[in-house]
Design a protein around this ligand. Sequence first.
Ligand code: F6P
Length: 321
Amino acid sequence: MLKRIAVMTSGGDSPGMNAATRAVVRTAIHSGVEVCGIRNGYKGMLEGDIFDMNTRSVSDIIQRGGTILGTARSKEFQTEEGRAKGYEMLKSRGIEGLVVIGGDGSLRGAQAFSEEQPISVVGLPGTIDNDIWGMDYTIGSDTAANTIVDAINKLRDTASAHQRIAILEVMGRSCGWLALISGLAGGAEYILVPEEHYDIDQMCDEITQMYAQSRHRYVLIIVAEGAGSGVELGDIIQMKTGIDTRASVLGHIQRGGSPSVQDRVYASLLGEEATLALISGVSNVVFSRNNGSPVSVNLHDAITRKKTLKAELLHMAKVLS
Ligand code: F6P
């Protein structure tokens, strides 16, 4: 059994990272294991920015977005030399195991670290993108989707008032999950995701018909950033249809905010599961949920295999539009 572990957050922050950190720290202490925090992800690890944590260190954070540990993206840790240096930093502080909370880039670093160095490493999927293979949940994705739906509701008001086409570009990197789920929940007419081909000419013809037949007062289009630029799409659609079109890019607002109930509870459950596994000797695994059931996915699979969108959600988007 491990005696001393560390926790860090890395890559883009996501709501619920604090709840996960809290669960890791309190589970470790409850199990009689010492726990350290690493500030600012792998960058902080390389700088030795590491401190002891106790139950009070994680008081009053379950409701907070962002991450109290800070986060960063580190180029140096992407090299073997960088990872060897990171290991020396942890070893000199007696750290035998590490919990990495982050997205695919961070888990990629975790996987290389655990393969190359004699240290146990487990991952928690912290990203709004929900783009990690082997699981249908990542910490922060639910809060981000709710933030987008809130923006959609507001866009509907003004689009309807002016009879405009409203386009909302949302995050997700090369994955369309956020666009799909929020577009479905927000009742969008079109949801454009990188996983599916779309025909812009056909879409413009359909929209022209909708307006001509007064079937719609306005049209709402959600576009995933990986499927193209919302602003450029807006210019093309306005030119082709002649209908007043406005594009909004929601940007980093999607990453902030107090985590939803689901993100708080799942982050807490996953934080506990990952910590108990780590201290009992498990390594190279990322913990999450799939169809409501706990899953532990090999880190290599999680970062190398490509997640696909659920066919029934893509189908529903077409049926309901
Ligand atoms: O991976 C999370 C994410 O928010 C993506 O959706 C987005 O493409 C990217 O991070 C933005 O990164 P940054 O905060 O570095 O601009």
